[in-house]
Design a protein around this ligand. Structure first.
Ligand code: HEC
Length: 404
C-alpha cells in the first residue's frame, strides 16, 4: 500500500480514515483507561471502607463486652486486638491499616501530617469518612480515614484518670492527654492506605493491550478497505482514464469498456461508452462527408485546393496538382501562398475574415497569377469560400483557368 508518494484517492482515503479511526480508538482507549482507573479507585475505596468498618466494629464490640480481661491480657485491649485482627485480615494485601489519634497513647499511633490534618477536620465536622488520592515523592496512594467516636464503653479507659482501670493509670499517668474524652467526641481514626501504582499499572497494561488490539484491527480495516476501494472504485476509474488517454493518443473511437455494474461506476462507464459511440458515429460521418467532398472536387473541371488559415493545403484535386505541377502527396502540406504571385491580397483577405468574419475577397472572383513549381505563370480566376471544420476554418479556392 502506498501512503504518500502520490496523492491518489486511495492514499488520501487511507490517510483520512486511519487518522479518524486512530483518533476514535485513542479516545475510546483513553475513555476506557479513565473508567478502569475510576473503577479501581472505587474498588480500593470500598475495600478500605470495609476494613475500617471491621476494625471499628471489632473495637466497639470488644470495648463493650471485654471489659475486665484486658487487665490481665493486654492483647484484649480493644485497640490492640482490633489492630491485630486488621493486620491479619490485610496480610498479603497492599492495604496498610493503622489507628491513629491526635492524643495518642502509643507513639506508634501518632498520625502523620496528612492524618493530623484530616483528624482536625473530623473534630469540627460530622464526616463519617474521607478519602483522597495523594502523591508522595511521585507515588500515588489512596488514603482513607474513618473517625472513631467515643461511646460510653470507651470512657472506661479514655474518660477521666480517676475512673480508669489501674493498669491504665499506671501506664498513662494523671494528666496524660489520652484521658478526658466525652461521649460523641472523635478519639481517633482508622487510617487505611493503599499504593495505587501497582493497581494503575494493571490499568496501564490494559491500555497498552487495548491499543495493540486496536492497532491490529485498524491495520486489518485499512488493508481491507484499501483493497475494496481499489477493486470497486480506483481500478475501474483507472481503466476509464486509461481508455480515455488511449483514445486521445490513437483517435480511435471504437474503444468500449465491458462491465456488469449497476452502480455509479457503471454509470460512468456507460457514459464513456455512449460518448465513444457518439464520437465514433460523428467521425464516420465526417470521414464520409470528406470523402464525398474529395470525390466531388476530384471530378470538378477547375483546379480546387482546400487550405487552412495558415495556407497549408489539405485537399486538392487532379486539376490543381496539374496547375501547380506537383503530385498529390507532394502538394498536400504545401503553403498555397507560395504559389500565388502577390499573395498579400489573399493573406490579407484571410486575416480580415478572422478580424471581422467577412472579407471583400471571399465569395468574389478575382484574377490571380499562379506560379507552378517550374516557375510557369498561369492566370486564373479565383473564388474563395469558407467552411467550418471541427477545429478551425477551412478555405477552398476554385482557380478557373482560361485553358480549360
Ligand atoms: C480497656 C481499656 C480501653 C477501652 C475500653 C478502650 N480503649 Fe482505646 N486504648 C486503650 C489503650 C491501652 C490504648 C493504647 C494501646 C497501645 O498500647 O497500642 C488505646 C488506644 C486507642 C487508640 C489509638 C491511639 C492511641 O491512643 O494510641 C484509639 C484511637 C482508641 N484507643 C480508641 C478507643 C475507642 C474509640 C474506644 C471505644 C470504642 C476505646 N478506645 C476503648 C485502652 C482502651
Amino acid at each position: 500500500m502506498k501512503f504518500l508518494p502520490r496523492k491518489s484517492v486511495n492514499s488520501t482515503f487511507n490517510m483520512v480514515s486511519s487518522l479518524l479511526l486512530m483518533a476514535l480508538f485513542l479516545a475510546l482507549a483513553y475513555n476506557n483507561y479513565q473508567r478502569e482507573q475510576d473503577l479501581i479507585l472505587k474498588g480500593a475505596v470500598d475495600t478500605a471502607r470495609t476494613i475500617s468498618r471491621q476494625i471499628i466494629e471489632t473495637r466497639d464490640y470488644l470495648s463493650r463486652h471485654v471489659t475486665s480481661e484486658p487487665e490481665t491480657n493486654s492483647a484484649l485491649i480493644p485497640q490492640v486486638a482490633a489492630s491485630k485482627i486488621a493486620e491479619q485480615i490485610t496480610r498479603g494485601s497492599r492495604y496498610y491499616v493503622r489507628q491513629v489519634s491526635l492524643r495518642y497513647r502509643n507513639p506508634n499511633n501518632r498520625p502523620d501530617e496528612y492524618e493530623s490534618a484530616l483528624l482536625e477536620t473530623f473534630v469540627s465536622s460530622d464526616a463519617r469518612e474521607t478519602w483522597r488520592v495523594t502523591t508522595q515523592s511521585g507515588k500515588k496512594s489512596l488514603r482513607f480515614l474513618s473517625p472513631m467516636i467515643a461511646d460510653e464503653s470507651c470512657l472506661a479507659c479514655h474518660g477521666s484518670f480517676e475512673t480508669a482501670p489501674r493498669y491504665i493509670q499506671t501506664r498513662f499517668p494523671k494528666g496524660h492527654f489520652s484521658y478526658g474524652y466525652q461521649v460523641g467526641e472523635v478519639i481517633g481514626a482508622v487510617s487505611v492506605a493503599v499504593p495505587m501504582e501497582s493497581l494503575y499499572h494493571q490499568v496501564f497494561h490494559n491500555l497498552r493491550r487495548d491499543l495493540l488490539y486496536d492497532g491490529v484491527i485498524l491495520t486489518i480495516f485499512i488493508l481491507f478497505t484499501a483493497r475494496i476501494l481499489n477493486k470497486t472504485i480506483i481500478q475501474p476509474v483507472k481503466n476509464v482514464a486509461g481508455s480515455i488517454s488511449e483514445v486521445a493518443r490513437t483517435g480511435n473511437f471504437s474503444e468500449r469498456i465491458a462491465h456488469d455494474r449497476r452502480d455509479e461506476i457503471g454509470d460512468l462507464i456507460n457514459s464513456f461508452n455512449t460518448l465513444m459511440a457518439e464520437l465514433d458515429h460523428k467521425t464516420r460521418q465526417r470521414i464520409e462527408s470528406e470523402e464525398r467532398y474529395r470525390n466531388f472536387i476530384e471530378i470538378a473541371k477547375s483546379p480546387i485546393v482546400t487550405f487552412m488559415a495558415d495556407g497549408k493545403i489539405i485537399i486538392t484535386n487532379q486539376k490543381a496538382e496539374k496547375l501547380f505541377g506537383l503530385g498529390k502527396e507532394e502538394l498536400l502540406g504545401q503553403c498555397i501562398f507560395d504559389f500565388i504571385l502577390e499573395c498579400d491580397q489573399l493573406q490579407g483577405a484571410i486575416k480580415d475574415y478572422f478580424t471581422s468574419t467577412r472579407s471583400e475577397l471571399i465569395g468574389t472572383t478575382t484574377r490571380q497569377k499562379v506560379r507552378n513549381v517550374c516557375g510557369r505563370i498561369t492566370e486564373v480566376d479565383m473564388v474563395i469560400s469558407v467552411s467550418q471544420s471541427e477545429q478551425s476554418q477551412m478555405f477552398s479556392a476554385i482557380l478557373r483557368t482560361s485553358e480549360v
